[in-house]
Design a protein around this ligand. Structure first.
Ligand code: COA
Length: 159
């Protein structure tokens, strides 16, 4: 790991990050304009049960983000779930993803959550060895079903 990798700083996201969050989100295949992303980030930032962190390089450029949340189901009770994660394509394999996940895990521990889970599309080939390297075990495979509720207001695709 190089010195510059050590210098990547993980911090809570702010509304100043919206433009860069939109750029990084688009690399996931979800093209989104900053103007559309902004209200989503605003809602996220005021939630106590959700954490949005960014990784900032020494240059000041944001090179990744992670979204985690406390989820509760009747079957499983409370747990931490990683709802989104991306590292800029040019900045991968330098420990940034590992740091972002560590930040969410620490957040979950502080909330007293005993487990962290993540669902990852089988098409995201790099994510599977990544999570396994971080100590995550694959517990099941699911199909995801989807149905529009409001014509014209549903996302055109679900990944
Ligand atoms: C998955 C992703 C977040 C990994 O980010 P990253 O910054 O490259 O990961 P890191 O450098 O922190 O890697 C952590 C460990 O995973 C391993 N790893 C990361 N990507 C890997 C890959 N493609 N193949 C094999 N191992 C990989 C690294 O070798 C490293 O192990 P080590 O520290 O023991 O050497 C990044 O590839 C990404 O944004 N992919 C597209 C979006 C995505 O799949 N998000 C997850 C959806 S849930």
């Amino acid at each position: 790991m190089s010195d510059s990798d050590e210098a990547v700083d993980v911090r809570p996201a702010t509304l100043h990050d919206v433009q860069r969050l939109a750029e990084l989100t688009s690399t996931l295949g979800y093209a989104v304009e900053a103007a559309d992303l902004r209200p989503r980030v605003e809602r996220t930032l005021v939630r106590d049960d959700t954490a949005l962190y960014v990784a900032e390089a020494v240059t000041g450029e944001v090179v990744g983000w992670i979204l985690g949340a406390e989820q509760e189901t009747l079957e499983m009770g409370r747990r931490c779930e990683i709802l989104g994660l991306v590292v800029a394509e040019t900045g991968r394999r330098r420990g940034t993803g590992r740091r972002l996940v560590a930040a969410i895990e620490a957040w979950g521990r502080r909330r007293g959550l005993g487990r962290v889970v993540v669902r990852s599309n089988i098409a995201r080939h790099e994510s599977h060895p990544f999570y396994e390297r971080l100590g995550y075990g694959r517990v099941k495979t699911q199909h995801v079903y989807s149905k529009p509720l409001l014509p014209g207001r549903d996302p055109e695709d679900l990944r």
